[in-house]
Design a protein around this ligand. Structure first.
Ligand code: 13P
Length: 243
């Protein structure tokens, strides 16, 4: 059966303008199609438009338009052919104090513009040690997705990114990831009666991707630092998408 998994590269706040051409040139020849999504810094999005992959924005405003200095609206993102947006990444929760309620308003704006939302959820190391993972995930999901219709939720993907696995080189076992993804799918079904695609993210590399790709219920991957290296990112794409 053909795999429909997706791969998202979250470039975070990396690269300078003069580095982008070389990066894009390396990815140019890949047969990426609609199953590879790149999320560069917002200021560089125009450089990435019209290439051989889909485009995502790393964050989106909770407001529709107007006097919100420094914000980028879902409508603006859509107008340059951005089709995805990350929402609720742990770095935004930690450094910018984003709450589940704020995240829900961002999702509302994104869904209004028919952007595909990638809602990031995950527990901290302390929460994991205190066996609170499922409780934390349930709260994040329930609060962020409350009040949307089943039809709207069909544009939502969830990315499970344990905070302790981001940028640390620590990765849960396949069994742990599979269990947690199963839990997320079950909880979304129970709360909202919809099926949701769930990605894994956190310290994915070109070396561990073959192993992670064996997880049966994972619908794709959200890659951080390894996506900054076009050659390594291409290897990940080959394993998950083009193989
Ligand atoms: P790393 O792949 O660098 O651990 O980052 C994961 C991430 O935060 C993707 O959104």
């Amino acid at each position: 059966m053909e795999s429909k998994k997706i791969v998202i590269g979250n470039l975070k706040m990396n690269f300078l303008a003069q580095e982008i051409t070389a990066y894009l040139k390396k990815l140019e020849k890949m047969d990426c199609g609609k199953r590879v999504i790149l999320c560069p810094s917002t200021i560089y999005l125009p450089y990435f438009v019209g290439k051989n992959f889909e485009l995502g924005i790393q964050n989106i405003s909770a407001f529709e338009s107007g006097a919100y200095t420094g914000e980028v609206s879902a409508q603006q993102a859509k107008s340059i052919r951005v089709h995805y947006c990350l929402v609720g990444h742990s770095e935004r929760r930690i450094h910018f104090q984003e709450t589940d309620e704020m995240i829900r308003e961002k999702i509302r704006q994104a869904l209004k513009e028919k952007l595909k939302v990638v809602l990031c959820v995950g527990e901290t190391e302390t929460e994991k040690d205190e066996l609170k993972t499922y409780k934390v995930l349930k709260k994040q999901i329930r609060t962020a997705l409350r009040s949307f219709s089943g039809k709207e939720l069909s544009d939502v993907i969830i990315a499970y990114e344990p905070v302790w696995a981001i940028g640390t080189g620590k990765v849960p076992s396949n069994t742990e990831i599979s269990y947690t993804i199963g839990f997320i799918k079950a909880i979304v079904k129970e709360l909202f009666d919809v099926e949701v695609a769930v990605l894994y993210g956190g310290s994915i590399t070109e070396k561990n991707i073959a192993q992670l790709n064996k997880i049966e219920n994972v619908d794709g991957f959200l890659v951080g630092s390894t996506s900054l290296n076009a050659d390594k990112f291409k290897k990940i794409i080959e394993v998950v998408v083009t193989q």
